[in-house]
Design a protein around this ligand. Structure first.
Ligand code: ADP
Length: 471
């Protein structure tokens, strides 16, 4: 036999790689988001701080300039702020730089200054940002005359601070990426290990080892998957057992009648051929056994037809009362053998169902009741509309041995035959009730069996009650 290879799809990505990719992408996005937000917030805060500081230093310098009579002391006072990166310039009314004497301001910045401060009158001031400086400009009084004051704060420290933070963020990013790699690798290993184990177990199952168990994994979804696979294993096992059982049962059931037929045919040939009385008796056995074989074959066919969904339901509204009477009439021949069918049937009750399949159901139920009823050989059949008028209940009651509580749930299984009843000379195949169940479940009708040992059983079906369609 050719061994089948497992299909492999090489175009698919590995969970390991996909997970690492997504982790890294997520980490990079997060880092970028944090980086940009931090950068913007940081820059805005530092710039605000610089403006506030330049304003307070400017106001202080303006007051000192106005009240100072000693240029040297004033210059010393101004130089105090240099450590912070704040330079204070004083220009005469003619535009000459008065102080500080040791720092030359660029022409470009002087022009910017006059563009903002040129129009200022004494006591007025303004703020502006230009060429990487936060500036405070004011027109002040100086030694009895008028002078222009410029306090400028270099914003280069912001760039330095942001640069440092970016370096830290870069380092953090590297650490986060390494962590992302480690976490994603471990996580994907853990996930794929579980999947790989399940896949290996499934291969064993496919090879026919039904004792395998799909281990419950750590994660909810994986645990659900392993539960489902365990369920599949059980179902496959059941189906295999069922197939074996069917084969064994059918072979067994075919063997007995065939042996009987052969035996009686030989007997006719050898012994009773000339004796009409004996010959007829033997022929009757052959006919009975042939009937039994036909019944068995029909039942097996019905079961496979009903279970494979080839046969769709062909529902229509029909008169269940008349239909039931029709079937009961077919059982009429039983009266010759002393059987009594007691009926209590409501008139003109209509239902919606597949007539042909329902006939099989009723036939099987009546057949069983007749087969299993007690010594009084009586079967009670009732068909009644429910109080609310929506349902019709069919009950078939016998007075036989009944079915034990333990056995009651099993009687609907294929090939189930009660041990106790097995020995009875009843021509059962153990398929009848499984056909009943399959048909009624396909219709979604309620049905069931109640039984009391020693008193008999009642099999019932609830049909929907529908109005008669106009003829
Ligand atoms: P069978 O062909 O053996 O009757 P069924 O599927 O119709 O198969 O029934 C399954 C089993 O359920 C029977 O073998 C019998 O043990 C039990 N059973 C069915 N109907 C009755 C009944 N009316 N009274 C007692 N036992 C019953």
């Amino acid at each position: 036999m050719k061994s089948e290879k497992k299909p492999k799809n090489l175009r698919l990505k590995s969970v390991n790689i996909a997970m690492f990719g997504y982790f890294c992408l997520l980490s990079v996005l997060l880092i970028l988001l944090v980086d940009v937000t931090f950068y913007l917030v940081m820059e805005a805060t530092l710039e605000n701080q610089a403006l506030t500081r330049v304003k307070s230093v400017g106001e202080e310098a303006a007051v000192q300039t106005s009240f100072s009579a000693d240029p040297e002391r004033l210059a010393i006072g101004f130089s105090r702020f240099r450590e912070e990166g704040i330079n204070i310039f004083l220009f005469s009314a003619e535009g000459e730089q008065i102080m500080p004497a040791d720092i030359e301001i660029s022409q470009n910045r002087v022009e910017e200054f006059y563009a903002h401060a040129g129009e200022l009158k004494q006591g007025e001031n303004c703020y502006y940002r230009a060429s990487g400086y936060a500036n405070y400009a004011a027109c002040v009084q100086y030694l009895g005359g008028e002078a222009k004051l410029l306090v400028s704060y270099s914003l280069s420290f912001i760039g330095d601070a942001v640069g440092k933070i970016q370096l830290y963020l870069l380092l953090i990013s590297a650490v986060v990426l390494v962590l992302a790699f480690i976490i994603s690798y471990n996580l994907s290993q853990k996930l794929t290990r579980g999947l790989k184990t399940m896949s290996d177990t499934a291969v064993l199952l496919a090879k026919g080892d039904y004792n395998v168990s799909f281990a419950n994994a750590d994660y909810n979804e994986m645990a659900q998957l392993s539960d489902t696979l365990n369920y599949v294993r059980d179902e496959v096992k059941k189906s295999r057992d069922f197939q074996r059982e069917i084969l064994a049962n059918v072979t067994h059931d075919l063997k007995t009648p065939l042996t009987m037929i052969k035996a009686y045919a030989s007997m006719i040939q050898e012994i009773s051929g000339d004796n009409p009385e004996k010959r007829n008796k033997h022929l009757q056995v052959i006919i009975d056994e042939t009937d039994r074989l036909t019944g068995l074959v029909n039942d097996v066919l019905s079961v496979s037809k009903v279970s494979s969904n080839i046969s769709q339901l062909n529902k229509k509204v029909f008169n269940l009362t008349e239909f039931l009477y029709g079937i009961i009439n077919k059982f009429g021949y039983l009266s010759e053998s002393g059987y009594t069918l007691m009926v209590d049937i409501g008139s003109d009750l209509y239902t919606l169902a597949d007539e042909e399949k329902i006939e099989q159901v009723i036939y099987n139920l009546l057949g069983n009741a007749v087969s299993y009823t007690g010594e009084d050989k009586t079967v009670y059949i009732s068909l009644k509309k429910s109080m609310d008028g929506t349902r019709i209940k069919l009950s078939v009651r016998d007075t036989g041995k009944g079915i034990s509580k333990e056995e009651l749930p099993n009687i609907w299984d294929r090939y189930y035959r009660s041990e106790e009843n097995h020995n009875r000379p009843v021509k059962g195949t153990g398929l009848g009730l499984s056909i009943v169940k399959a048909v009624l479940e396909a219709h979604s009708f309620d049905f069931g069996a109640d039984s009391e040992q020693g008193k008999g059983s009642v099999f019932w079906v609830d049909f929907p009650c529908v109005p008669a369609t106009p003829e």
